[in-house]
Write a protein that binds this ligand. Structure first.
Ligand SMILES: NC(=O)c1ccc[n+]([C@@H]2O[C@H](COP(=O)([O-])OP(=O)(O)OC[C@H]3O[C@@H](n4cnc5c(N)ncnc54)[C@H](OP(=O)(O)O)[C@@H]3O)[C@@H](O)[C@H]2O)c1
Length: 302
């Protein structure tokens, strides 16, 4: 981080609180804070903040920070992060479409056994969360040929895509073969991906059984229910980048389940230089009297 900081925020004083020398430093008069997992006493010490910037696209953990002041909270939105999330989502959907779990198992046993192969257009991918990340992933999945539908709190008009608002969840799930979760963690989305929901996904589509893919937040999924749904044949596979507790416990049954692809919350990392550039841009907007972008609605929690 220090190397990235060296070239950032030209003309401004920057205090790196990871530096032990600043542990007890007076932070009154500091205008802006960029936070990820800050010291517990940050907001007691920095009493004059004009805005707080989240180091990530998600803000669930920032909203829970003790003493978070009532100033604008800005989340991280970045072209590169968005692109990498779409790469991950497209890759996971293609891995399930092209039965890579089954071929990997066959390869380990030197088995030459071609499986029947549906085309992407026969498979409906339902994207839950049509924000910055969900919309980009949805369009890129469409380019790969999937039939894509989307669900969000407020209904969206997206070219060539059937969309649903939160009241039409059952209708959306009933058409979905691969469910892609790109939702923030809020009171409304906590535990949403559970057995009851998996049971309402379409059975008997081109993949046989539905698949669950999640890169939003682990708190939205019930991992015991994912395992039960896989073992009972309600789900045919899963791809998980996020978990109820991270890092995923060594003894979690998710690791060794033959139907699950796991990545360690790396679907779309925040690039530190891009993050600093985004914060600099927003500070300049603010100081030039323009509204901050990507501010969080605290009532909604995202
Ligand atoms: N795994 C990773 O590496 C990684 C990286 C970055 C981000 N993330 C996660 O991805 C999440 C999404 O990011 P984003 O930038 O796309 O967020 P965003 O632009 O704020 O979009 C959030 C979407 O979720 C929808 N939504 C929120 N609550 C809902 C509810 N209760 N019911 C239905 N829809 C709901 C919103 O609906 P409306 O459109 O109606 O507002 C919106 O479409 C982040 O919050 C973060 O947790 C993960």
């Amino acid at each position: 981080m220090c190397a990235a900081l060296a070239g950032a925020f030209a003309g401004r004083e920057v205090i790196n609180l990871a530096d032990a020398a600043h542990k007890t430093r007076d932070l009154s008069g500091i205008d802006y804070a960029l936070v990820w997992k800050p010291h517990a006493d940050l907001f007691e010490r920095a009493t004059d903040l004009k805005a707080v910037f989240s180091g990530g696209a998600g803000v669930d953990h920032v909203l829970n920070l003790p003493g978070l002041p009532d100033v604008p909270l800005v989340r991280f939105v970045d072209r590169s992060l968005t692109t990498r999330m779409s790469e991950w989502a497209v890759m996971q959907c293609l891995m399930h479409l092209r039965q890579m779990k089954a071929y990997d198992a066959q390869q380990r046993k030197a088995v030459w056994n071609p499986l029947s192969q549906p085309e992407a257009r026969e498979v409906t991918v339902g994207v839950m969360g049509l924000g910055v990340l969900g919309q980009d992933a949805a369009f890129k999945l469409q380019i790969m040929g999937f039939n894509v539908i989307g669900w969000s709190r407020t209904k969206k008009e997206l070219k060539g895509m059937e969309t649903f608002d939160s009241g039409a969840l059952d209708a959306f799930l009933a058409q979905t073969d691969i469910l892609v979760g790109l939702l923030p963690l809020t009171d409304d989305t906590r535990g949403l991906f559970n057995l009851a929901l998996f049971k309402t996904l379409r059975q008997g589509g081109a993949l046989g059984k539905p698949v669950f893919v999640n890169a939003g937040r682990g708190g939205s999924q019930v991992e015991a229910d994912i395992l039960q749904a896989l073992d009972e044949g309600i789900l045919g596979g899963a791809s998980l980048d996020v978990f109820e507790a991270e890092p995923l416990a060594q003894d979690s049954a998710l690791w060794s389940h033959p139907g699950i692809f796991i990545t360690p919350h790396t679907a779309a990392d925040s690039d530190i230089r891009s993050l600093f550039a985004h914060v600099e841009e927003q500070i300049e907007r603010h100081e030039n009297g323009l509204p901050l972008e990507h501010t969080v609605n605290r009532k909604l929690g995202y």
